[in-house]
Design a protein around this ligand. Structure first.
Ligand code: PXL
Length: 285
């Protein structure tokens, strides 16, 4: 009766490289969720290209928020990701505080493979914990989890015990649910690990190792996770849905041999995210 769930997605839009809004909009739309993009920056290509042009939209975010508040917009979820300046932390906090009923999801986008992204200043990384503190759910990759905890990035494989301790320590910063992606576990494979602090339950989804890390994988994972949770999935089912879709699109991409900066070739598989049943089988009376 209420129509699709509505998500305000506070992320950049990058022309080349399939990440952030160019992944989030198609993925959530395919899952029957409406995306209201709140762009943090426009880039000709994501930062992994090394050379790109960028327009910072820091001023735009509070203006858009005022507009949405003025017209009484309601969001079911606020989902933040790649930010262009440390002031945007304050703007995201304003968004979260303005819609207290919305599910607050923070993907603390800061880096990958042990390194922070080119445009991320130490101040922006340091302030990311402020967003994590007000979130219901955070979805760092292993690099971002290490930055949030001020830990060294673990080279090589990690144990289940150390990941459990990281999950608990991250949730003690505020979020009820913590999901860490791209975790090379000593038991084998690349895993997604999750913790629900209210139930004190820990989950692990195992994935196969693929020797390339494509841009936008984290955006895809968190978007499918949100689509699943808004559709009623339990946490482990949403984690499973997000891990298996991301993994299978990564494997498709790998088979074509494209460069990692091109991102995940998800277009051929997008239909798999749609509802099982087409809901257009009515007539007008
Ligand atoms: O997927 C993370 C991401 C989002 N947006 C931009 C990026 C990256 C990672 O490189 O550069 C602009």
């Amino acid at each position: 009766m209420t129509g699709p769930k509505k998500v305000a997605a506070i992320h950049d839009i990058s022309g080349l490289g399939r990440c952030s809004l160019t992944v989030i909009i198609p993925v959530l739309s395919a899952m029957g969720v409406q995306v209201c993009p709140v762009p943090t920056a426009v880039l000709s290509a994501h930062t992994g290209y090394g050379e790109f042009v960028m327009r910072d939209l820091t001023d735009y975010i509070p203006a858009a928020l005022s507009h949405y508040k003025k017209i009484g917009t309601r969001f079911d979820c606020i989902y933040s990701g790649f930010l262009a300046s440390s002031e945007q932390i304050d703007h995201c906090l304003d968004f979260f505080h303005s819609f207290p009923m919305a599910l607050k999801v923070v993907d603390p986008v800061m880096g990958d493979n042990g390194k922070s992204y080119q445009t991320y200043t130490p101040e922006l990384c340091a302030r990311m914990s402020e967003l994590a503190a007000v979130a219901d759910i955070i979805t760092p990759n292993l690099t971002e989890a290490a930055i949030l905890l001020e830990e060294k990035y673990p080279e090589g494989q990690v144990t289940a015990a150390s990941m459990k301790s990281w999950l608990v320590r991250l949730s003690q910063k505020g979020p009820k649910i913590v999901v860490i992606t791209s975790v090379p576990m000593s038991a084998g494979g690349i895993c997604t690990v999750g913790y629900d602090s209210e139930r004190n339950s820990f989950w692990k989804i195992s994935g196969e190792y693929v020797p390339i890390s494509y841009s936008g994988s984290g955006d895809m994972f968190t978007s499918v996770l949100i689509g699943g949770l808004l559709g009623g999935d339990s946490l482990p089912i949403a984690m499973n849905r997000a891990t298996s879709f991301t993994q299978s699109t990564i494997k498709t991409t790998y088979s074509y041999g494209t460069h990692w900066t091109d991102g995940i070739m998800f277009e051929p598989q997008l239909h798999r995210l749609k509802a099982d049943r087409e809901l257009s089988d009515y007539t007008i009376l």
